[in-house]
Design a protein around this ligand. Structure first.
Ligand code: LLP
Length: 399
């Protein structure tokens, strides 16, 4: 990829996504489950650009959504309604209502209170709701605490006993149809054991439900497959899929998984231009035009992203790569060896395809970056750079 050319043509800060890589990753996962019925529901939150969604829809992907906004995006991008799941720990009435009317595959419930609310709404609309229940299997995903979700101390899902109670209620309700079971224990998991362990626990629940004549059709193992940012070991998709299948035994279900990062993470690059080099006493800083509002992962999680300067290799010593925002937390790297930079050099921040643009904001009234797709060696704009007018559009009429 010619990063200099892309930066020249579209400006910086800029997100660039390799669509061929995305295609490849989707196919890898689909193939891993080829022995069974499976549905790969891409987690829209990771990267919700419409062109990314359209690409995945064209490959046959379903979509895991956590707001009605994401459902609308998926539908707009050409997703089939029967391949869309709505999850989320707190869905509003209007979201539940719209999901029901949109006739999506299933609504994932995360509490008893939500089940009763959905039941009321469904009755009012004279519909029937296909539901799944997010079970919290109480296993430790051993990842960053902010992205770990499968312990009872986390806000997500319900424990096994509550889930059973909910399934029995749903079975006896004219408004609810239990079709799925779901768990998701965390993100960026580089050890699949906790997922397999959770699959075992939830698979056992499914067997018990079967004995109660509650026939689960979709076994949703969530997302969370980790990727390589630095020196993590790559997950074996074969072991992942086989581990899950082994826990399922002969149960005849469609396996659903909800990968986000695995599909788009390493497809993305964030390009930013060097503004200045600066020395404070001994400390060296490279100040760039991108900032934490564009890519918040280093600031928020202390996440590592590989960084290089286009066309330069010889290190000039350690430096911090920082943005222009008025916070000391506004950095992309600390104490990293990088070449001497001049104003205008292009810095590439790797592994930026997941939770990059989708977590960006207008903090400091900064316009959000443009997004570009590279496919078959050609590139095209898939989201325009915001301008000042875009930032103030919703406030202007009130002054
Ligand atoms: N399914 C559910 C129910 C989820 O909550 C998530 C992510 C996924 C699937 C997709 O997980 P993935 O395959 O991408 O790991 N902002 C954080 C990650 C937050 C993940 C939230 N849930 C980060 O930048 O690392």
């Amino acid at each position: 990829m010619d990063f200099n050319e892309l930066a020249r043509e579209y400006g910086t800060p800029l997100y660039v996504y390799d669509f061929d890589y995305i295609t490849n990753r989707y196919n890898m996962l689909k193939d891993a489950f080829s022995a069974r019925k499976s549905l790969i529901c891409y987690a829209v939150k990771a990267n919700s650009n419409l062109s990314v969604l359209k690409l995945l829809a064209s490959l046959g992907a379903g979509f895991d959504c956590v707001s009605i906004g994401e459902v609308r995006r998926a539908l707009l991008a050409g997703a089939k309604k029967y391949q869309i799941i709505l999850s989320g720990v707190g869905k509003r009435d209007d979201e539940l209502e719209e999901a029901l009317k949109s006739d999506i595959l299933m609504i994932n419930l995360e509490s008893e209170a939500e089940m009763y609310r959905l039941e009321d709404i469904t009755k009012k609309l004279n519909l029937k709701a296909r539901i799944s229940i997010r079970v919290n299997p109480d296993v430790d995903a051993k990842t960053h605490p902010y992205i770990s979700t499968g312990l009872n101390e986390n806000k997500f899902g319900v424990d096994i006993n509550t889930a059973k109670k909910m399934y029995i209620h749903a079975k006896n309700s004219a408004a609810l149809e239990p079709v799925g079971v779901h768990f998701h224990i965390g993100s960026q998991l580089t050890n699949i054991e906790p997922i397999i362990e959770a699959a075992g626990i939830v698979s056992e629940l499914m067997r018990e439900l079967k004995a109660l004549e509650i026939d689960i059709k979709f076994f949703d193992v969530g997302g969370g497959i980790g990727i390589i940012y630095q020196n993590e070991t790559d997950i074996s998709l074969y072991d992942y899929a086989q581990g899950i299948l082994a826990k399922l035994g002969g149960q005849d279900v469609t396996i659903v998984c909800e990968p986000g990062r695995f599909i788009v993470g390493n497809a993305g690059y964030f390009l930013t231009s060097v503004l200045y080099e600066k020395f404070n006493k001994q400390k060296r800083f490279i100040i760039v035009d991108g900032a934490m509002n564009d890519l918040i992962r280093p600031s928020l999680y202390g996440a590592y992203h590989g960084i290089s300067v286009v066309g330069k290799n010889t290190s000039a010593g350690a430096c911090d790569v920082v943005g222009p925002i008025c916070e000391s937390g506004d950095f992309f790297a600390k104490n990293l060896n990088l070449p001497a930079c001049e104003s205008g050099d292009i810095i590439v921040i790797k592994s930026a395809g997941a939770y990059g643009f989708s977590m960006s904001s207008n903090y400091n009234s900064r316009a959000r970056a443009a997004e570009v797709a590279v496919q078959d060696k050609a590139h095209r704009l898939i989201r325009k750079r915001e301008n000042f007018e875009d930032i103030i559009a919703l406030e202007k009429e009130f002054i």
